[in-house]
Write a protein that binds this ligand. Structure first.
Ligand SMILES: *Cc1c(COP(=O)(O)O)cnc(C)c1O
Length: 495
């Protein structure tokens, strides 16, 4: 059975899965969404016997219907190999009364690796299927983690180039060093004097510039995206929710068919949307708990039904979630409006023009499975300290936002449903915030001294991803204004 993706802003614009992956974004700023999510018609008991790659095939083959089995297996086998430091790919651990799904065992130690290790395979396979002879230029805005994961995935992949924009003063020292030391010959990295939203808006603007697209076409290039606006990011992210559920079934923690809650530390709304899509495929999820930091635009939205980005942008200890325009929320808005592109366009136009929109009561009813709350940076430090003191487990700042919000949810609802918390980064990526939360006396130490201190604290070896940047030379030192993004991309491409 084959199905199509459709633009959230124009019901007449459709694409096959491979076309949607290649394009990244639909016309006029729309996002590609599946018309409907097919059922995962394999019993959970059976899935519980499968490993990560086998489950990836079951889930992804339902969503990427124009890829052959051979093509998909090639992509899956290329992605989920020894780049990950465990054969489990995404281990599930039990701490602080919840199942922590560790999504940071890939090459760049953030959950972005889960999708970005496979996206280059999907992209180049899609190019071949669609007879694309142009060089694909991946444009990426990053709040810190997507950048390095995308660079690592696309570095030296023939037929591709990649440009990454990050907020110059809005990422952790380890995140920045990881990006600016990238060696791939087809890579370009620039800091912008602005925040993540500026970077994402600049990238989206280039995508929807028709004249620019024509100019690129003449020169033999075409843009695509490695952000979670690309469906090729979301589909691989559905896999690990099914995987986590089936590990709980396999270990007897739950029975097949039992409901779970999922808690997701959220920024651009990609990760939690993937959980929602997985539930539409048949995963029994009771509540989607959306955890925000001080940039709590989503908490306000779930509480009031109004999305309002007109507020101060706050730099927090969880920088990968410092976002006021959560792009993927648009996909949920479209769905709760009853797959209504017209209604969605109206709301997105309002967001664009006034910075806010309000959903109807009818739409709000369709959000009954979502719960939103937030944690301040002080609460995050406290949670890291508390969980560490319980059993020595060290959370990164983003996962700590989720754990803190889960505590609030439990206190409010007394819900005892087994709960999976998405752990989105290794604490090593945010060593300064994590170590000083546990031992404030160390706050005057240098960044790599803190990394060594974390090894003592956590009893977990410093990951290769951090070791390799200790002494690596800086290879990318471009800093530009948001208005200069197009110019620097052209310069990078030599056009
Ligand atoms: C990207 C990121 C998030 C937010 O994920 P979204 O899919 O953008 O909501 C949370 N934590 C970490 C560590 C991240 O890198």
């Amino acid at each position: 059975m084959s199905f199509l993706y459709r633009s959230t802003r124009n019901e007449n614009e459709t694409a096959t899965a491979s076309e949607a992956i290649l394009k990244g974004l639909a016309e006029e700023g729309g996002l590609f969404v599946p018309d409907e999510i097919p059922e995962l018609d394999v019993p959970f008991e059976e899935l519980a016997e499968m490993d990560y790659k086998e489950i990836a095939y079951e889930v992804m083959s339902r969503m990427l219907t124009d890829f052959t089995e051979e093509e998909l297996m090639y992509c899956i086998n290329g992605a989920y190999d020894s780049k990950f430091d465990t054969e489990l790919i995404a281990p599930v651990k039990y701490h602080h009364g919840a199942y922590i799904l560790e999504l940071f065992h890939g090459k760049t130690i953030a959950f972005k690796d889960m999708a970005l290790s496979i996206l280059p395979y999907l992209m180049t396979t899609a190019a071949k299927k669609n007879n694309i002879d142009k060089e694909i230029v991946i444009l990426t805005a990053t709040s810190g983690d997507t950048g390095k994961a995308a660079l690592a995935g696309f570095a030296d992949v023939p037929g591709t180039r990649i440009a990454v924009f990050y907020p110059k003063n809005g990422v952790s020292p380890v995140q920045e060093k990881q990006m600016v030391t990238e060696k791939g010959k087809n890579t370009f990295v620039a800091g912008i004097t602005g925040n993540f939203d500026d970077a994402q808006t600049g990238v989206k603007k280039m995508f929807s510039d028709k004249a620019l697209a024509e100019y690129l076409d003449e020169k033999g290039f075409q843009f695509s995206s490695a952000n979670s606006i690309n469906i090729g990011r979301l589909v691989p992210q559905m896999v690990y929710y099914v995987y986590a559920y089936t590990r709980l079934v396999a270990s007897g923690m739950i029975s097949a068919g039992d409901e779970i809650n999922v808690v997701v530390p959220t920024g651009n709304f990609g990760n939690i949307l993937a959980a929602y899509y997985a539930s539409q495929m048949g995963l029994p999820v009771k509540k989607f708990i959306c955890a925000s930091n001080d940039n709590k635009v989503l908490y306000d939205f779930f509480t009031t039904g109004e999305y309002d980005k007109n507020r101060e942008f706050i730099l927090t200890s969880s920088p990968s979630m410092d976002i006021l325009i959560s792009s993927n929320l648009e996909r949920l808005i479209y769905r709760i409006a009853g797959n209504d592109a017209e209604k969605n366009s109206e709301l997105m136009k309002s967001l664009n023009e006034t910075g806010k929109y309000e959903i109807t009561d009818e739409m709000k009813k369709n959000l009954y499975q979502f719960y939103g709350n937030y944690a301040t940076s002080d609460e995050v430090s406290e949670t890291i300290r508390t969980v560490y003191n319980e059993d020595g487990y060290v959370l990164d700042t983003h996962t700590a936002v989720a754990v803190n919000v889960y505590d609030k949810y439990k206190a409010e609802t007394e819900d005892t449903t087994p709960t999976v918390i998405a752990s989105t980064a290794s604490p090593y990526k945010f060593a300064r915030s994590v170590v000083t939360a546990i031992d404030p006396k160390l706050s005057s130490e240098g960044d790599f001294d803190l990394v060594d201190a974390l090894e003592d604290i956590s009893k977990i070896k410093v990951p290769q991803a951090v070791e390799e940047i200790r002494t690596a030379p800086v290879l990318h030192d471009t800093v530009c204004d948001k208005e200069e993004m197009e110019a620097v991309v052209k310069k990078f491409l030599g056009i």
